[in-house]
Design a protein around this ligand. Structure first.
Ligand SMILES: *Cc1c(COP(=O)(O)O)cnc(C)c1O
Length: 393
C-alpha cells in the first residue's frame, strides 16, 4: 500500500472509460501541417485561427524586441515597474478594440481569475451560463460569491434567476463565454445586455474564441454585435487567433484601473515575456492592416462545414470556425481520432468532463492557414473513417 495508490486507480479507471488523455508531441512549428509524434499530419486541432503562431512578421518582431529588451520582465509589474512594450501593447489593444482601456495578463485563464474576484465577493451573486469555460468557473469560485447557473444561451432562464435571487445580494455580475469553445455557438449578447441594463447588473463576456475571429477584422464579439460601450468587461486571449500567449481585459478605464489595484494575477505574477509582447503587437499590426486572414478563416469554415454536412456528419450548432463532429460515446470518438491519425489527420476526440457524457465528439479547428487542398484532404479522411466505422453512407 502506498499513499498514491488511489491516484493509480483513478488513472486506470480513466483509461478503462476511454477518458485518459494521452498528449501527442508536436515536433514542428504550428501551421496547417505538423509533425505529430514524429509523423506529418494535417492540423485540425489548434486554436491558431489566423495562422499567426508561426507568422514571419511575429517571429521577426519577437527577435527584434529580444535583441533590444532581452527576454523576461523579471518581476511583477506593479512592484518592479512595467516595460514600455507591455504599456504599448495595452494602448494598441484598447485602440484596436475601441475601448477606453485595456489590461493584459499572463493568459486568458488568469484574466478570469483576476477579474471576477475583483468585481464580486462573498455578499454578491454571479449569474453564469451553464457551459461557461473552466477559467470562468474557477474565477467565480475564487470570488466567494454565490454562483447561480442559467440554462445555456437562454436569456429567459437568466432573467428568471435574476428575478428570483437578485434582491438577496449586494451586487451582481452576469458572465458568459462569447463563443462556446466546444460547440462553436455564440452567446446572444444583445439580449443579455438588455437584461443586464434592465436590472443594472455588471456584464462580462469572455471572448477567447471570438478575439481575432468575430467582428470587423477580428475585433471580437462586442464589435460583432455593435455593442461598443455597453458590455462592462470583455475578456480575451492572445493565445488563440493572435497566435502568441496572454490575457486581455478591455473596458471602461475605471474598471481597468481597479484591476491594476486588485487583480491578483496582475499583482502577484509576472507579465508575459518580451518576445510575447512584441509578437502580440505585430499581430495587431497585421489585423489592423487587412481583414484578409479573418475573411479566409470564415471562407474556409463555411466550405468545410458545408462539405461535412453533405458527407452526412452532424456538426452540431456551430456558428463559428469551431466545428464539432458529434459522435456520442467517448470511446467511439477516440477510435475515430486514432483512425483519422492513421490517415494523416490530427483531430482530437473530446469527451467527459470537457463535454457532457454521451456528447463526445471530434473537434475540428479550421484556420486561415489551411488551403482548399488541405481541407479536401481532411474531408477525404473523415469520409473514409466515417464509412469504415459505419457512421455515414
Ligand atoms: C481558451 C480559453 C481561455 C483560456 O485562455 P488562455 O489564454 O489559453 O489561458 C479562457 N476562456 C475561454 C472561454 C477560452 O476558450
Amino acid at each position: 500500500m502506498s499513499n498514491t495508490d488511489w491516484i493509480q486507480q483513478e488513472l486506470e479507471s480513466l483509461q478503462a472509460q476511454g477518458l485518459y488523455n494521452r498528449i501527442r508531441i508536436i515536433g514542428s512549428p504550428q501551421g496547417a501541417w505538423l509533425i505529430v509524434d514524429g509523423k506529418r499530419a494535417l492540423n485540425f486541432c489548434s486554436n491558431n485561427y489566423l495562422g499567426l503562431a508561426n507568422h514571419p512578421a511575429l517571429t521577426a518582431a519577437a527577435k527584434k524586441a529580444t535583441d533590444e529588451f532581452g527576454i523576461g520582465p523579471a518581476a511583477v509589474r506593479s512592484i518592479a515597474g512595467t516595460m514600455t512594450l507591455h504599456v504599448e501593447l495595452e494602448k494598441r489593444l484598447a485602440a484596436f478594440k475601441g475601448v477606453e482601456s485595456v489590461i493584459t495578463f499572463q493568459s486568458g485563464f488568469t484574466a478570469n481569475l483576476a477579474t471576477i474576484p475583483a468585481l464580486v465577493g462573498k455578499e454578491d451573486v454571479i449569474f453564469s451560463d451553464r457551459l461557461n469555460h473552466a477559467s470562468i468557473i474557477d474565477g467565480a469560485r475564487l470570488s466567494g460569491a454565490k454562483i447561480i447557473p442559467y440554462e445555456h444561451n437562454d436569456v429567459s432562464s437568466l432573467e428568471e434567476q435574476i428575478k428570483t435571487n437578485l434582491s438577496q445580494y449586494r451586487r451582481a455580475l452576469i458572465v458568459t463565454d462569447g463563443v462556446f469553445s466546444m460547440d462553436g455557438d455564440i452567446a446572444p449578447l444583445p439580449a443579455i445586455y438588455e437584461v443586464a441594463k434592465k436590472y443594472d447588473i455588471l456584464l462580462m463576456v469572455d471572448d477567447a474564441h471570438g478575439e481575432g475571429v468575430l467582428g470587423n477584422g477580428g475585433r471580437g464579439i462586442v464589435d460583432h454585435f455593435g455593442l461598443h460601450g455597453k458590455v462592462d468587461v470583455e475578456v480575451g486571449t492572445m493565445s488563440k487567433a493572435f497566435g502568441v500567449v496572454g490575457g486581455v481585459v478591455a473596458g471602461k478605464s475605471v474598471i481597468i484601473d481597479w484591476l491594476r489595484q486588485r487583480g491578483r494575477p496582475f499583482l502577484f505574477s509576472s507579465a508575459v515575456s518580451v518576445p510575447d509582447a512584441a509578437a502580440c503587437l505585430a499581430a495587431i499590426d497585421l489585423l489592423e492592416d487587412s481583414t484578409q486572414l479573418v475573411d479566409k478563416l470564415w471562407a474556409n469554415s463555411k466550405y468545410f462545414k458545408a462539405e461535412m454536412k453533405t458527407l452526412g456528419f452532424n456538426t452540431g450548432v456551430s456558428e463559428t470556425p469551431i466545428t464539432p463532429v458529434m459522435l456520442g460515446e467517448a470511446k467511439l470518438a477516440q477510435q475515430f481520432s486514432r483512425e483519422l491519425f492513421d490517415e494523416g489527420v490530427f483531430a482530437m476526440a473530446i469527451g467527459f468532463p470537457t463535454v457532457a457524457q454521451g456528447k463526445a465528439r471530434i473537434r475540428v479547428m479550421i484556420s486561415a492557414a489551411h488551403s482548399r487542398e488541405d481541407l479536401d484532404k481532411g474531408l477525404e479522411a473523415f469520409a473514409k473513417v466515417g464509412k469504415k466505422l459505419g457512421l455515414v453512407g
